[in-house]
Design a protein around this ligand. Structure first.
Ligand code: ZN
Length: 682
């Protein structure tokens, strides 16, 4: 039986495209056990091999192993995400911990670390190609950051810190969730709820009913909280809910859910771990794997952006204050008025509905537009193709190069349905790799959750959905147009975290380009292109309060960077003091003194964004600045497209992102294009 499952196991067949018509949940465990079992044997063999390590006898073997495991597992995790079933979920959950444990062991394996060092120091190292050398360097860096170089006693302490940090981060998130869940506001009289849209009211009524109560229930969960803040005419009600939201997991609530002591402990432990590794602070550790080189470079970047954006943020704020005073009789604008007044102002300035715009974006027209842009700037051909798929609504395409050769292939799974995870993403099915014997061309999964067609009417997308599709397709191109032969730095692999959104956000720009949009739109009934007046309104709405939003992102980013950099976690200043100080410098909208934002900033205390929150703005700068070369040379310039391909997309993680950027743009990135795209020019 076992034997059978192995020899016929489609997950262990690496000869071509995944066999989605054959893969069953019952294949998962035997395949993963076989791969990990063979993997452990290989690691043992490589670790104890007495021959000096070379690329071929050592590093390349590890690449084989990783490639096979991820090719098999990507099919499993993909199906688990898009055609979930109880059997598949069980198989997925049963095997995920095995993989986690396997990779944890691998990253701690001192014999492998020693082999990589030996390879790095050997004569053969100089004969490796650039991508191979980059892989070796990355491995050494990751072992080092994992504590592999520490003496035994310090290694134990380092490990204990990591474990404690993961417990504290989990607790931080739990506290936030518990305070959020524990709060409810019940309203009995409809006259208190004026202004709130019917769908939000209905949801609130349902929520009350579920608690066996009459009236309406509001909570601190975003879909309940936000409509009330945006629309409730009742100012006192907005204040009540805002206060509850802004003081979550703080000393103003239940003491067991207060995140204040956790923040202090997390910061101390991160500093200690950083110093064990020989860094001054955690910000330096975080940047060791990123494009930004030093904390001061990031804070300079943020401050420069702040200087340029602040006048526009002040102008936004003045406009808001004037509107609130003149039109709504609100003399003193409070924190709980901002969303409400902004929404009123936005409606007045840019009255158009998503529904109106959606009429112009039928699926085929949008896809045609997306492929047309791709074909024009990169000189490739995108055409439908055939492959086994996991659902009838999935389409498969191939990208053919100018020379007629296959460049890559991708699956497009556009519609929301039951048993499919929400959101939109790109994932790797097969990564480009060239060995002496074989060439694997890359294959991508592109997944969205748009509304399916109704009856015989084609699907129509909102403009936001069109942007999402271009964004994910940009990630796809990064993966598919790579020319790197070595697995570990091919496509998006090994690309710095703060640079990985460059191609995706770059592609979004075309959705704001009149020439592109005009041809990408066709009204469902009249067949007309998008009217210019509607387009202008869409652009203006996109930049509504861009100044204020930029300053808010800068405030969070500066706080995060300083907190993990120059801030002394053992000193007398608290995180709260620090954010007040940052606000003194950059805030245009000043929250009340009792606002406890740090206590719910889970991006940096529970997510992976510590000393990395700046990445949002950083990547926007890169993508806007890259796009500006197209604006200079013609947005559909094939020559510029070719350069973008060869200097950025083709290179993947084989060299630092800054080098790729400079090679493409001819200089280091500047913030001007982003400011201009956001309407922030004098
Ligand atoms: Zn993205």
């Amino acid at each position: 039986m076992i034997q059978n499952l192995l020899s016929d196991n489609p997950l262990l067949d690496f000869s071509g495209l995944p066999k989605f018509d054959q893969v069953q949940a019952s294949h998962v465990t035997p395949a993963i056990d076989k791969l990990l079992g063979d993997g452990r044997v290989l690691l043992q063999k490589l670790g104890t091999d007495s021959h000096p390590p070379t690329w071929d006898n050592f590093a390349s073997r590890l690449e084989d192993l990783e490639e096979h495991i991820s090719r098999a597992w990507s099919q499993v995790s993909h199906m688990n995400a898009v055609v979930n079933s109880p059997e598949l979920r069980e198989a997925y959950n049963a095997n995920l911990p095995k993989l986690t444990a396997f990779y944890a062991d691998l990253s701690q394996d001192e014999r492998l670390y020693a082999k990589f060092r030996e390879l790095r120091a050997s004569k053969t190292y100089a004969s490796l190609n650039a991508a191979q050398r980059k892989i070796v360097e990355n491995e050494l860096r990751d072992f080092r950051l994992g504590g592999a170089e520490l003496p035994q006693d310090k290694k134990a302490r380092f490990k204990a810190i990591q474990e404690e940090l993961s417990t504290l981060s989990a607790k931080f998130e739990e506290n936030l969730l518990d305070t959020t869940n524990a709060y409810a506001l019940f309203i009995d009289h409809a006259d208190q709820l004026k202004g709130i849209p019917p769908d939000a009211l209905e949801a609130a009524q349902q929520a009350a009913k579920q608690d066996a109560k009459s009236g309406w229930k509001f909570t601190l969960h975003f879909p309940s909280y936000m409509p009330l803040l945006q629309y409730a005419d009742n100012r006192g009600l907005r204040e009540t809910l805002y206060r509850a939201y802004a003081t979550r997991a703080s000393e103003f609530g239940q003491p067991q859910w207060d995140n204040t002591p956790l923040i202090a402990s997390i910061l101390k432990l991160r500093r200690e771990a950083a110093q064990l590794l020989g860094y001054a602070n955690y910000a330096e550790v975080s940047l060791a794997t990123k494009m930004a080189q030093a904390p001061a470079q990031v804070t300079d970047f943020l401050q420069t952006l702040a200087v340029r954006a602040k006048p526009f943020a002040q102008r936004d704020m003045q406009e808001l204050q004037a509107y609130a005073a003149d039109q709504l009789g609100l003399k003193e604008l409070q924190a709980w008025d901002i969303a409400y007044v902004s929404e009123k102002l936005r409606e007045e300035k840019y009255a158009f509905s998503d529904q109106e715009v959606k009429q112009y974006f039928p699926e085929q027209q949008v896809l045609h537009g997306l492929f047309k842009v791709t074909e024009t700037i990169f000189g490739v051909h995108v055409r439908p193709s055939q492959a086994p798929v996991w659902h009838k609504d999935v389409n498969f395409y191939e990208i053919i190069g100018r020379d007629g050769n296959l460049v890559g292939q991708f699956y497009l799974d556009l519609y929301a349905r039951n048993n499919k995870r929400g959101g939109a993403w790109m994932d790797e099915a097969i990564t480009r790799r060239k060995t002496l014997q074989t060439l694997a061309t890359p294959v991508a999964f592109l997944t969205c959750n748009f509304s399916a067609p109704m009856g015989d009417k084609p699907a129509q997308f909102t403009h936001d959905e069109v942007i999402t599709m271009f964004h994910e397709f940009g990630h796809g191109l990064h993966h598919l147009l790579t020319k790197v032969d070595e697995y570990g730095v091919s496509g998006i692999k090994g690309v710095e975290w703060d640079a990985v959104e460059l191609p995706s956000q770059f592609m979004e720009n075309f959705c704001w380009e009149w020439e592109v949009l005009r041809h990408m739109t066709r009204h469902a009934e009249t067949g007309a292109h998008l009217p210019r007046a509607l387009f202008d309104k869409m652009v203006a709405a996109k930049n509504f309060q861009a100044g204020m939003q930029t300053m808010r992102q800068i405030e969070f980013s500066l706080f995060d960077m300083r907190l993990h950099g120059e801030f002394d976690p053992y000193g007398r200043q608290t995180a709260l003091d620090l954010i007040e100080q940052v606000r003194d410098e950059v805030a245009v909208v000043r929250p009340p003194k009792w606002n406890r934002f740090p206590n719910n900033f889970s991006h940096i205390f529970a997510g992976g964004y510590a000393a990395g929150y700046y990445s949002y703005k950083w990547a926007e700068v890169l993508s806007a600045d890259a796009y500006s070369l197209f604006e200079e040379n013609g947005v559909l310039s094939e020559e510029t497209g070719h350069r973008f391909w060869s200097e950025i997309l083709a290179q993947g993680g084989s060299r630092p992102a800054l080098e790729s950027f400079v090679a493409f743009r001819g200089r280091e990135p500047t913030i001007d294009a982003l400011l201009r795209h956001n309407g922030m020019t004098a």
